[in-house]
Design a binder for this molecule. Sequence first.
Ligand SMILES: Nc1nc2c(c(=O)[nH]1)N[C@H]1C(S)=C(S)[C@@H](COP(=O)(O)O)O[C@H]1N2
Ligand SMILES: [Mo]
Length: 257
Amino acid sequence: MRSPFRPATAPDPAILDNHRPLIRSMQRRGLLRGGLSLGALTMLTGCDVGSDGSIEAALRAVSSLNDRVQALLFDPNKLAPTYPESMVQKPPRFNAYYDVEDVKPVNGDAWRLELAGLIADKRPWTRQQLAELPERETIVRHVCVEGWDYIGQWSGVPMRTFLERIGADLRAKYVAFKCYDDYPSSIDMATALHPQTLLATKYAKETLADPFGYPLRLRTSTKLGFKNPKWITAIEVTNVYPGGYWEDQGFNWFSGI
Ligand SMILES: Nc1nc2c(c(=O)[nH]1)N[C@H]1C(S)=C(S)[C@@H](COP(=O)(O)O)O[C@H]1N2
Ligand SMILES: [Mo]
């Protein structure tokens, strides 16, 4: 299997326009200069970094700091930049943790969206039922940590509308996703409720095609590409940290603005 990401290189700052406010804000707070003392780190992360002195504990703390800081800086009402239809890339650019020839298409007629966790009505959904929900469109920039990006036009039901409709506990911390290709993923509830977060069923006004996640994928406008799972088969609302495919290999979990 090829490595889908270049090893630990930082994304090209020039294309991270969505992420600049976060980076600036962290720079202002001195968080990116590495100037934090062990004491300050302990205070900010709420765990005793120095107690067992292990590097692993410190690393865990720094990564949780990163997630917490990002969660604190996240403005649930601020919209990401949107673009004119003329800038939409057709078709979009494919990426997955395996090559495009290995994509296994989902049978849309047999497909059901399963629900689990802190949700009142866990009945599964068909494509037809999803299509009857209100639809919203968003034209936003997709940014992959590999260092490429494109403008895409996605439509589908707003995640907030869907979560309300199924009686999800909106005070829960996480929304987790299972995918047909075993690509676990999860986002924070604030991002799930953001007005530009969609359960997308269309790209450029057409039914989502493969290899781009037919019949259902997540489209956030505030998170990096890898936090937008394709071929979703199940959604769980939970307070237990769910992690994700790349997150479990060290990529920052929040990865958003
Ligand atoms: N199910 C699934 N979703 C996934 C991935 C994957 O491997 N499997 N890769 C992610 C990554 S790294 C990126 S950049 C985007 C790519 O989406 P696109 O092919 O629609 O551009 O999908 C994300 N969602
Ligand atoms: Mo990506």
